[in-house]
Design a protein around this ligand. Structure first.
Ligand SMILES: [Zn+2]
Length: 126
């Protein structure tokens, strides 16, 4: 996932997309929220590494909780269901299998996070 989408999803969750002022290990802070990252710096420190990747199950769960809380889960389901159909057609997978859509969503968090980003971008195009 690109940084534009990662940032959009992070802010959708109400969290800071950290922009790190690199003052070196143990001295760096986010220029927006002031959070310090000294405690977790390592020798392979990467300023971009402090933001969510949207590749993990936790990232996906947090997004789905947010979508549900704002009442958009039906809209996302309507968006993702045909995407699942396209996936099934492309992979010779039986689309009529009960629960298949849900299983498809929850077993690949990175794909689902990407799908959520795609859905959100579409919501803003109108
Ligand atoms: Zn921050």
């Amino acid at each position: 996932m690109n940084d534009t989408r990662r940032r959009m999803l992070t802010e959708y969750l109400g969290e800071c997309w950290h922009e790190i002022t690199d003052k070196g290990p143990y001295q760096s802070t986010c220029s927006k929220c002031g959070m310090t990252f000294g405690a977790i710096h390592t020798s392979d420190w990467d300023p971009a590494g402090f933001n969510r990747t949207f590749t993990t199950a936790q990232d996906m769960v947090d997004l789905v909780k947010r979508i549900e809380r704002v009442g958009d889960l039906g809209n996302f389901t309507s968006f993702s269901y045909p995407k699942w159909g396209e996936y099934c057609a492309a992979h010779g997978y039986p689309k009529n299998k009960y629960g298949g859509h849900i299983a498809w969503l929850i077993t690949d968090p990175a794909r689902t996070c990407e799908l959520i980003a795609e859905w959100m971008e579409g919501e803003h195009e109108t």
